[in-house]
Design a protein around this ligand. Sequence first.
Ligand code: NDP
Length: 241
Amino acid sequence: MARLALVTGGTRGIGAAIARRLAADGLRVAVNYRGNEAAARDFARDSGLALYRWDVSDHQACLDGVRAIERDLGQPVEVLVNNAGITRDAMLHKMSLEQWREVMQDDLDALFHMCGAVIEGMRGRGWGRIVNISSVNGQKGQFGQTNYSAAKAGVIGFTKALALESARKGVTVNAVAPGYTDTDMLAGIDAQVLDGIKAQIPVGRLGRPEEIAHAVSFLVDERAAFVTGATIAVNGGQYLA
Ligand code: NDP
């Protein structure tokens, strides 16, 4: 039977491309989202994938969500892609506690919630794949993003630590750090600022969601068993870690 993958924040942008790619690779795919019903409806109609609504910053909701998927689809989640994430940009001296907390909860706490929901099962079965979506801005820092840069750097540290804990159990844990990618997340960025960002990308353009999905597809493949604790940068050469 095909393994079951779960992609958080998988109804739009990078997550939607990952979900489609893993389905095309032959995996069974369940998709989580938070609340944009219109986007979820469109995605469900086009992709035919099973959708589950909950907020990954809510610990209990993550445990319940994973159990519901496993019960409905009759098999365990063996591949987890932690993709859901948000930005709440402001310079630190103008950042509210709420902006700080929202980003830490969505982008970092969610990894504890989601990995915690699946890791014991993966360890017990002796096989698993976890891919966490970080960001180039977690690697290099970014003006106006102390919250996001801290959370996404945290994603990399979390990934390395869990990779060490899981290595003997057949579970790989890796991160993908996308550069600027053409999704709704960039919609709030001023056009002039975005032109300045593009000018700093050696490849000369934004990334495409499918290009991020390609790295995830590699990492969850059966043949990637010797790759763990790694962070794959997919950033058009913008930052060479
Ligand atoms: P989008 O804003 O296009 O889509 C975000 C997706 O995540 C949506 O499906 C949204 O659900 C879901 N989501 C957000 N918060 C939650 C939550 N708390 N619970 C459940 N679902 C949630 O984002 P991108 O595709 O651009 O980004 C995907 C990931 O890639 C993020 O982690 C982001 O930080 C990272 N990234 C993006 C870059 C870019 O340039 N786009 C660059 C580097 C990293 P809903 O539709 O219901 O709101």
